[in-house]
Design a binder for this molecule. Structure first.
Ligand code: F6R
Length: 622
């Protein structure tokens, strides 16, 4: 998704470096062009845009056109929605005069009618983007008869917009003014000493400041070197204290690993410990975040639970269905948010809706949850990003505490989502009096053992004689792979397949193992390897039967199995072992070799692991 960076500060600052550095830290969001606008000390607004990776823009600037130092600038990485990803459609987008320019993340839904209106009024459009209507709309108020000031012009323009936006605006006529605004798109303000920053998210400006103000929906921020004022679209002044972010700048870097994805796979024991921290104490479960909901009786009459999520977060939700139903005996449906939002869902005060979204900004999840709220459903959200949009739609928020996840594909946020959902399931089970103390103790200790067990898998994988990397290298030529599992092994298979296709671009599908023979088995041949989730479970024997069916078709079978299961070797060509745990927690271990397998396969194929093609870290458009 698009990334925004903005800067305003003292005369003679190397604004270009600040913007390019910020954009580099936003690369993980996914993009296909990049651009900057810098107001130089000589008073000229210089614009530079390039299709493709940020490196293209950097090279262009190195070859002679780098803007001189200045006071003010905005930068953008664009993930195309309206118009091709080329130089012309790259942001920033100037108005007709070239005196003001805009960067935007989101979608202007009524852009076609606004464009028509503005063209009739004499404005000339140069790009195919929806964003450009914003530049011309602001221009129409700023240079129009009423001669509104820049902030008022932005406000008036935004009142005409339907859709979503996070924007940054600068004008050649105001060397000390940077304007930002948001509605359903992320935007934060970073407070510095005689300088201020705007950004889509925290890592982009962490190097410069830790004092952050999170803008709320429909707010406009006017940043000057020594002040920041926030108002609503209606002009009402907003007072908001900054939060101080304690993220380590190192934590947002690769920390010695060749890729963020690998670093984040290896961070999972730590991330999981953080997710459990304070929530399991003295053998008891404490979800203080839910106390208020409980006191208000919002959890007393829950008849049904719907988990709304996308992609990997949806897979976490599918796993949680088993856990919550087992412990709380409440029927659970996990639904992809894009389907949920258009399904006219039957929800009400007795339906607990759980949003799972690591970014907290996924457009479909936000809209689905907003609808559920409108029907009176209580909402618990599970997210990794503090104060993200989903948190404002929730009665309670359970943070993943996974730390920043920079790799586009979800790894540590998957493992932490599953564990936080598991704790929620245990909480609801306890609330309903369905889990006696002894089993509860057993569940909590099993959860607490998981970080060490994941560490064990990772330590083993680091040894030179480990099987995962050579196996991945061997399989890297495959055109297609299949993943099967039963029970919680099924969503694990889905997630293993998703990881593989996302980063290695090998076609991969996950199936419920018993479904294979109803059609998909026709796809198998000796060139199509199959990975079976065959960890200890009540359906273990059934999975083994399905593996035999596959082997009979000469397909190569790789099993993910529990340590100690030597017998599985008779049914598989290769076995990747994980420690034994309770069946309900087995996905948290089985997924680790699958993540590593996908990673090594992608590296062997020379793929861009951290920023796979066509993908974005936070999908803020429908
Ligand atoms: C997969 C992946 C995506 C996200 C999905 C939802 O590796 O990252 O499938 O899981 O886009 O994102 P969130 O959790 O931010 O709502």
């Amino acid at each position: 998704m698009c990334g925004i960076i903005g800067y305003v500060g003292p005369t003679g600052t190397d604004v270009t470096t600040i913007l390019l550095d910020g954009l580099a830290r936003l690369e993980y969001r996914g993009y296909d062009s990049a651009g900057i606008a810098v107001l130089t000390t000589a008073g000229r607004l210089e614009l530079h845009r390039r299709a493709g990776k940020l490196a293209n823009l950097v090279t262009m600037l190195k070859n002679g056109s780098r803007p001189a130092p200045g006071t003010l600038g905005i930068g953008h990485t664009r993930w195309a929605t309206h118009g091709r990803p080329d130089d012309t459609n790259a942001h920033p987008h100037p108005d007709c005069t070239g005196l003001l320019t805009v960067v935007h993340n989101g979608i202007v839904e009524n852009y076609a009618e606004l464009r028509q209106e503005l063209m009739l009024a004499g404005h000339t459009f140069r790009s195919e983007t929806d964003t450009e209507v914003l530049s011309h709309l602001i221009e129409s108020y700023y240079f129009g008869e009423a001669q509104h000031d820049l902030e008022m012009s932005v406000r008036l323009a935004l009142r005409r917009i339907t859709g979503s936006y996070a924007i940054a605006v600068v004008s050649q006529e105001h060397p000390d003014l940077l304007i930002g605004a948001r509605c359903n798109g992320p935007l934060i303000v970073g407070l510095g000493e005689h300088e201020q920053f705007l950004a889509s998210d925290i890592p982009a400006i962490l190097k410069h400041t830790r004092r952050i103000i999170i803008l709320d929906e429909g707010e406009i921020a006017a940043l000057r070197p020594d002040s920041v004022s926030i108002t609503t679209l209606d002009g009402i002044v907003v007072k908001r204290e900054p939060i101080v972010v304690d993220w380590d700048a190192e934590a947002a870097e690769k920390g010695g690993y060749p890729h963020f994805v690998l670093k984040e796979i290896y961070e999972q024991p730590q991330a999981l410990r953080r997710a459990l921290l304070g929530r399991i104490r003295d053998g008891q479960l404490h979800l203080a975040e839910l106390t208020r909901m409980q006191q208000e009786g919002l959890l007393n009459n829950i008849q049904r639970i719907i988990i709304v999520a996308c992609g990997t977060s949806y897979h976490a939700g599918l796993i949680a269905k088993y856990a919550i139903e087992q412990w709380a005996r409440i029927p659970v449906e996990a639904v992809t948010a894009a389907e949920f939002r258009y399904s006219d869902p039957i929800v009400g005060p007795e339906t607990l809706c759980i949003a799972v979204t690591q970014s907290g900004e996924t457009a479909d999840t936000l809209v689905g949850i907003r609808q559920a709220r409108e029907h009176g459903a209580p909402v618990i959200s599970i997210t990794n990003v503090v104060a993200s949009a989903i948190t404002r739609l929730s009665d309670a928020v359970l943070y993943l505490q996974a730390g920043p996840e920079i790799g586009v594909v979800a790894t540590k946020t998957f493992v932490t989502s599953v564990s936080v959902l598991s704790m929620l399931g245990l909480y609801l089970g306890q609330l309903r009096g369905r889990i006696p103390a002894a089993p509860m103790g057993e569940f909590l200790s099993a959860l607490e053992r998981l970080p060490d067990q994941i560490q064990h898998i990772l330590d083993k994988a680091s040894h030179s004689d480990d099987a995962i990397e050579p196996l991945a290298q061997h399989m890297a030529h495959s055109q297609s792979m299949m993943f099967i599992g039963r029970g919680v092994g099924y969503p694990t298979a889905l997630e293993g397949a998703l990881k593989l296709k996302e980063i290695s671009y090998i076609h991969a599908e996950g199936f419920p193992a018993g479904e294979l023979k109803h059609g998909s088995i026709a796809l198998l041949d000796p060139e199509t390897p199959l990975i079976a989730i065959a960890t200890a479970s009540h359906v273990y024997e059934k999975v083994v039967s399905n593996m035999q069916e596959v082997r009979a078709r000469d397909a190569r079978v790789i099993a993910i199995a529990s340590e100690g299961d030597e017998g599985i070797r008779r049914h598989a060509d290769d076995v990747l072992y994980v420690p034994a745990t309770l069946e309900v927690f087995s996905p948290l271990l089985a997924i680790i070799p699958l993540q590593l397998f996908a990673y090594h396969t992608a590296v062997a194929r020379g793929c861009n692991v951290d920023q796979p093609r066509n993908l974005a870290k936070s999908v803020t458009v429908e």
